[in-house]
Design a binder for this molecule. Structure first.
Ligand code: AMP
Ligand code: MN
Ligand code: MN
Length: 321
């Protein structure tokens, strides 16, 4: 499938790049990495993100080229959707726009059926979309510039939890080494991505205050309300790394963090230590993700959603017994 996408990219001179809302390091890293790779070949590239952009990624080379304004309908020969494969994941405006385009290519590593796009390279065996983009560049002989390498490194670094999660394969470690060789400065990048941000640690404090452990300590649930966010002066983009801390509580098998978003819906982030497939819970509710990290946004009140999610995760735990 990567061949087909490479051929489509070779033919296009104007390319628009899309990724998912609430972008993470991989969504932004793969988008900007691809922008640099194609830009070096003289192509005109636009990068769309509905945002909000977490502040640790503002340093990425080319971030000033990321826009939340849609390109014009006739302004691209090809659109590429990265780190997601459902058009609505790009946000309310992006989804409708993509659905009308004649040429959409998808590169993604999330679970689930793909029923969109003219070509899709979707393979959950990859740790990050940025890993796939790097391998595509290498297969096609595109030169890896230091800027591209920096963006792609951030994608593989963040999606593997700095090479700690179960998706950390020899392949992705080799990709990371290649990116470091091509000019990604690991220490300079890490100081940006993992900078200590006091408001985030305060938020983590709120998450621990709200923590509820059940099922012999195997299920961890917590929540963050808009009032919590306001209290510490944080926004939705400040929660990305906090979600990971819950599943690493000793004994916890599955965890979920619920957060109220500004429009009143509840964003649910689920994490598993590896035995329970949380992507199945997310997909059943209309969301998606990976076996060990998945999410969904639901309408409803916090209490009701919390009960429903707890029940579904408990069923996952019971199925293990
Ligand atoms: P998060 O909990 O937001 O960090 O997301 C965990 C994983 O699930 C990431 O790979 C997301 O891209 C994916 N994900 C989160 N929310 C959704 C959703 N509503 N639909 C599809 N995938 C999602
Ligand atoms: Mn992502
Ligand atoms: Mn990803």
């Amino acid at each position: 499938m990567s061949n087909q996408i490479a051929a489509m990219l070779a033919q296009a001179s104007r390319v628009s790049v899309f990724s998912h809302v609430l972008p993470d390091g991989d969504a932004l890293g793969s988008s900007l990495g691809l922008m640099h790779l194609l830009g070096a070949q003289g192509k005109q590239v636009r990068v769309f993100s509905a945002g909000p952009i977490p502040e640790e990624y503002l340093f990425l080379p080319g971030m000033d080229r990321v826009s939340d304004v849609l390109p014009g309908a006739g302004e691209q020969d090809l659109a590429v959707m990265l780190d997601c494969h459902q058009p609505e994941r790009t946000g309310p405006v992006g989804g409708a726009f993509l659905a009308k385009l004649p040429q959409v290519a998808i590169i993604d590593h999330h679970q689930g059926e793909v029923d969109f796009g003219q070509a899709a390279w979707v393979d959950p065996s990859f740790a990050a979309t940025s890993e796939m983009v790097t391998l595509l560049a290498q297969a096609e002989g595109w030169p890896l510039t230091p800027q591209a390498a920096t963006c792609l490194f951030v994608g593989v670094q963040t999606d593997t939890g700095s090479f700690r999660y179960a998706n950390t394969t020899p392949r992705v470690l080799r990709v990371a080494a290649d990116l470091a060789e091509a000019g990604a400065d690991v220490w300079a990048i890490s100081q940006e991505v993992y900078a200590t941000r006091p408001k985030r640690l305060r938020l983590l404090g709120r998450i621990m205050d709200n923590l509820e452990l059940s099922d012999q300590g195997r299920l961890a649930l917590s929540q963050i309300t808009l009032a919590d966010l306001e209290k510490v002066g944080a926004g939705p983009a400040d929660l990305e790394q906090a979600v990971e801390t819950l599943r690493l509580i000793p004994g916890v098998e599955v965890s979920a963090l619920l957060r109220q978003n500004p429009k009143g819906a509840i964003k649910v982030s689920m994490r598993s230590r590896g035995k329970v497939d949380v992507s199945q819970v997310a997909i059943a509710l209309g969301g998606g993700g990976h076996k060990s990290a998945a999410g969904v946004t639901l309408e409803g009140n916090l209490e009701g959603v919390r009960r429903d999610i707890a029940t579904r995760l408990r069923q996952g735990l019971e199925a293990l017994a």
